[in-house]
Design a protein. Structure first.
Length: 252
């Protein structure tokens, strides 16, 4: 197994379990304990997990689970959210879509309907839509992030500044009334902000596990968001905290 693949498997395991020890990871990866220890130390030095005696933990800030692993989590909830979000999109609209598992589900729903323009920085969404002639597709360029399949950074931000959207749908890793919308990567957060600046209406798609969490990089305060579409697992007190600051909350 390549080193990069080991790192991905380690991060996915630690993110899902909250911790892991060297023995478990050694068996999972089929490599020696010494190799696992070296991998853990490198990931610790990169700030991607916290090394402990005999293993690793997630640390104070939640780890970013790679997209291919996240896609299986809360799948049915994400599909319901996507169907509800699609109801907000009028015929002929220009729609901005950031990367993420829930926005990917929305792209699939919109592709079935057609008659819209989609502007996205997510290469996986672009790959699905490019074979749909009934959807006009614009792909934003930039620096590729393997964890989220998104193109981000200054080049993406400059290109986004040229466009205006009827609606922008963004995925987040955390959302609270006090801290607003957050994600794991600061460059991704900056590009998300560029989507929001160009949009007449800004909508967050977030399953209920994301609400109440705060992750590393701030995207925006909730004052910049008009709508949150989530699932029925949202606690009533969390919904009230969002609506109290003027956000419309829709449960799918």
């Amino acid at each position: 197994m390549l080193k990069a693949d080991r790192a991905t498997r380690i991060l996915a395991h630690v993110a899902e379990e909250g911790s892991a020890n060297v023995h478990v990871l050694s068996e999972l990866l089929g490599v020696s304990g010494a190799t696992v220890r070296r991998d853990l130390q490198e990931l610790h030095d990169q700030g991607r997990l916290q090394r402990t005696r005999g293993g690793a933990v997630t640390g104070a800030v939640n780890l970013e689970l790679p997209l291919r692993h996240r896609s299986e989590k809360q799948r049915e909830e994400k599909r319901r959210i996507a169907r509800a979000a699609a109801e907000l999109v009028p015929e002929g609209a220009v729609v901005g879509l950031t990367g993420g598992t829930t926005t990917t589900e929305l792209a699939r729903v919109l592709a079935e309907r057609g008659g819209i323009t989609v502007v996205t920085n997510a290469v996986n969404i672009a790959a699905e839509l490019i074979v749909r002639p009934e959807v006009r597709l614009v792909v934003i360029g930039g620096l590729a992030r393997s964890a989220s399949y998104e193109l981000v950074g200054p080049a993406a931000d400059r290109m986004l500044a040229q466009y205006h959207f009827d609606l922008a749908f963004i995925g987040v890793d955390g959302l609270t009334a006090d801290e607003g919308c957050t994600t794991h990567d600061e460059m991704e957060a900056q590009t998300d902000r560029a989507f929001l600046r160009g949009s007449a209406r800004s909508v967050v798609l977030a399953d209920s596990t994301k609400i109440g969490r705060v992750t590393f990089a701030s995207i925006c305060p909730l004052a910049d968001i008009q709508d949150v579409v989530t699932d029925d697992g949202l606690a009533e007190e969390q919904e009230k905290a969002l609506t109290d600051v003027g956000v419309r909350v829709q449960r799918a």
